[in-house]
Design a protein around this ligand. Structure first.
Ligand SMILES: [Zn+2]
Length: 488
């Protein structure tokens, strides 16, 4: 090494004489020093990469909202205060998951924390969750799970009940936000817990073949699962503005609207919320329909939703979905750019809803009574849905029959029923009609079917006794409703 150096950099005598000793030494040994420094730097970088990779792989799994933010990794790593702060945030998130009875997920979240061993409280939490988990019991009556449903919730009762021609319909088929919240409070206090139909029954394949089976829902003793759905999550022209879109002319919200939200949007916090125009024409965003109202309720009562379950939302196609004017024939009236924007926004809302546990369902394309239609008309309607709504909201396997009109009586569906064959081929596996019984459900070999109870003005006014298992109607019925609620 030294010889090489001599050959490459022969020191000149004159300089050698004038150069200070330290400088000469540095010059002489610079190449090996430089080589050493380079090696050190390389080693440092390798360590950094390894540290980063290890930390990333130890991040807890879960949705965005729950992901713990680890501070930017440095070679030193977070100090004790930072670790404690991260652990505290993680526990808050795990507590929310645990409150929804998913103790295993909560335990995994804590155990996968990179600094789990440094925070003894985490192990105590794990023990607590294990204890609570051991107290859960599988719900025994899976065939007796009640299913309730709503239409768009009324925000402004003054406007909803001020017009002759819509008064009756809103009074009969709709529920006010105030009523909905009171219903949820009473149901919560009675031990009801929201579950998803996918948790109730699903397809399995094993040695015995492929078939539908009941799932296992594990709840504390005394709690009762229920399913919820909402029909016509479309914000139709007739509800949101007097300019009720005719033919291929879409309607947009204006001050003549009947006091309902007019679209679902994504809130600043990433949660789905609603846009609403008040009587003065001001547009605000907030809890103006079932989706955001229920999200807020669950945030305040996380034990009201089983393992992230939300309601089923049914959409028709003849005006668009979630308040977006996505019907293809609107393109001409809106112009291509504006129409594409409606589609893109509706797609984002659909994804946001799914990400938060909502199930998107068909409510048919044109809202016909499937029970009364000949099979070829069911096929036409289902195809229209598939061609116009599915590209916007994605595949779905749930259908909420319009007008509750089922394609068959209470016997099992078979492929001899042409309408069933059509809907099955189109991908549907969950079928829901309307039925006033507390529960009616049917587990087929290749589907799940159930009845749904309308919790609206009509049912509350005319058959409060049929709702006794859920709540006390007298404490819910909105005094702003005109009475009597007209007979249907
Ligand atoms: Zn409907």
């Amino acid at each position: 090494m030294a010889g090489e150096y001599e050959r490459q950099w022969p020191p000149r005598r004159r300089k050698k004489q004038t150069m200070p000793k330290w400088k000469r030494m540095l010059r002489k040994y610079w190449p090996p020093i430089r080589f050493g420094l380079l090696l050190l730097a390389l080693a440092g970088m390798v360590c950094l990469v390894i540290l980063l990779a290890v930390n990333l792989s130890k991040r807890p799994a879960g949705d965005d909202r729950l992901e713990t933010q680890l501070p930017t990794t440095t070679e030193a790593g977070p100090d004790e205060t930072q670790v404690m702060a991260m652990a505290q945030q993680l526990v808050e998130e795990a507590d929310f998951i645990a409150a929804g009875y998913d103790y295993q997920k909560a335990i995994t979240m804590l155990q996968e924390f990179a600094y789990y061993d440094q925070v003894p409280q985490l192990a105590e939490k794990v023990t607590e969750y294990q204890e609570l988990d051991s107290q859960l019991v599988p719900y025994a009556e899976m065939q007796n799970i009640t299913h309730v449903f709503f239409h768009s919730l009324i925000v402004d009762t003054d406007r909803a009940f001020d017009k002759e021609y819509t008064n009756a319909g809103y009074n009969q088929y709709m529920t006010t936000i105030d009523e909905f919240v009171k219903m949820m409070e009473q149901m919560y206090n009675r031990g009801f817990v929201l579950v998803s139909p996918y948790q109730v029954a699903y397809e399995v394949t094993d040695a015995a073949g492929t078939r539908f089976t009941y799932g296992e829902i594990r709840l504390p003793a005394g709690k009762k699962p229920f399913i919820m759905s909402q029909d016509d999550v479309n914000y139709y022209g007739y509800m949101i503005g007097e300019t009720e879109g005719v033919g291929d002319t879409p309607a947009f919200p204006d001050v003549t609207g009947d006091g309902f939200a007019h679209k679902i949007v994504i809130g600043e916090d990433g949660y789905p919320t609603c846009e609403y125009m008040d009587a003065d024409g001001n547009i605000t965003t907030g809890d103006y329909d079932l989706v955001p109202v229920l999200e807020t309720f669950i945030r305040e009562h996380p034990d009201f939703a089983y393992r992230g379950a939300r309601a089923v939302l049914g959409m028709t196609g003849y005006e668009g979905v979630f308040g977006y004017r996505t019907k293809p024939s609107y393109e001409a009236a809106l112009g291509s750019a504006a129409y594409q924007k409606e589609i893109e926004e509706a797609k984002k809302v659909a994804q946001c809803l799914r990400d938060h546990g909502w199930i998107l369902a068909s409510h048919s394309y044109g809202h016909p009574r499937y029970g009364d239609l000949p099979p070829e008309k069911v096929r036409t309607d289902s195809d229209k849905w598939e061609n116009t709504v599915q590209p916007v909201i994605g595949d779905c396997d749930v259908i909420l029959y319009p007008n509750g009109s089922d394609i068959a009586g209470i016997g099992q569906y078979t492929f001899d029923n042409e309408k069933f064959a059509i809907l099955y081929e189109d991908g549907y596996r969950y079928f829901f009609n309307v039925d006033s019984h507390v529960y009616w459900s049917q587990l087929g070999t290749n589907y799940y079917r159930g009845g749904r109870r309308n919790l609206d003005g009509y049912r509350m006014y005319h058959n409060p006794n049929k709702l006794e298992d859920l709540f006390e109607v007298s404490k819910i019925f909105d005094s702003a409703r005109p009475t009597p609620v007209p007979k249907i």
